[in-house]
Design a protein around this ligand. Structure first.
Ligand code: APR
Length: 250
């Protein structure tokens, strides 16, 4: 395996030369902004819950207030959190290169905050509210202790995120699949590559001839199928990758 700096220079050449790049990001990218990764241990009031126990429709239907208050706590944490250099570097790359398609598993909205447009939000967005009955987005005052009532049908309102066991927006799947099939380079950034269908996108790209890069301090189930492994923080690597690939164009 090449040392990271050689790997990064080689990856930058491929990024600079690529017609289409697909990027899949996970919670590791937001870690540098202070957002706990999905599999970090929960803290405080929520320490004795695992996310999987709360982020599902059955938990919400059984105990709407507890699930609602967990998301309110996460939204309050996010209120002070800002996008980091990794988010900004991806937004800059998308502006500088011919075709960069970003798929995120994150629900924190930090890519958009960094100026990235056209984000494919595979698991929804925690800042959005939706009616649990109808599935449609609703405008409600969400700084309350219990789930508000849907203004249309009176049903319970919940965050606009995709819960375990729920279907992902077919449009998001379609756009993400097209990105994986069309790309020459696939960047897997800050994700444990464990949760499908998102975790299958890299292999779909590889089957269509793309080369994969994994930017993650830790190994994942994808690690043995990638061309470039950069074992470092995404917030550090992505700005350097942008600088090096930028030089390809200069
Ligand atoms: N830079 C890059 N990667 C990092 C960093 C960092 N600074 N810090 C941690 N990581 C890596 C971890 O090593 C881990 O592989 O980010 C990954 C985070 O993995 P998870 O916590 O599993 O988060 P994620 O991959 O986004 O989870 C995918 O699973 O639970 C569902 O819906 C949830 O969207 C989430 C999905």
């Amino acid at each position: 395996m090449m040392a990271d700096e050689t790997t990064l220079a080689d990856l930058a050449r491929a990024v600079g030369a690529a017609r289409t790049i697909a990027v899949l990001t996970g919670s590791g990218l937001s870690a540098a902004s202070g957002v706990p990764t999905f599999r970090d241990a929960q803290t405080g009031l929520w320490a004795h819950y695992r996310p999987e126990e709360l982020a599902n429709p059955e938990a919400f239907e059984r105990d709407p207030t507890t699930v609602w208050q967990w998301y309110r706590a996460r939204r309050q944490t996010l209120a002070e959190i800002v996008a980091n250099d990794g988010h900004r570097a991806l937004a800059d790359l998308a502006n500088e290169l011919p075709d960069v398609r970003l798929i995120t598993q994150n629900v924190d909205g930090l890519h958009q905050q960094a100026g990235h447009s056209n984000v494919i939000e595979f698991h929804g967005n925690i800042r959005v509210n939706q009616c649990h009955n109808e599935g449609r987005e609703v405008e409600v005052d969400d700084a309350v202790d219990t789930p508000p009532a849907c203004p249309h049908c009176g049903g319970l309102v919940r965050p606009g995120v995709v819960w375990f066991g729920e279907a992902i927006d077919p449009q998001a799947i379609e756009r993400a699949t097209q990105a994986a099939q069309a790309c020459d380079v696939f960047l897997s950034v800050g994700t444990s590559a464990e949760v499908h269908p998102a975790a299958g996108l890299a292999d779909l790209a590889r089957r269509n001839g793309a080369h994969i890069a994994e930017i993650n301090p830790d190994a994942t189930p994808l690690s043995d199928r990638v061309t470039w492994i950069v074992r470092d923080s995404a917030a550090r690597v992505l700005p350097e990758l942008r600088r090096l690939s930028h030089n390809q164009h200069a």
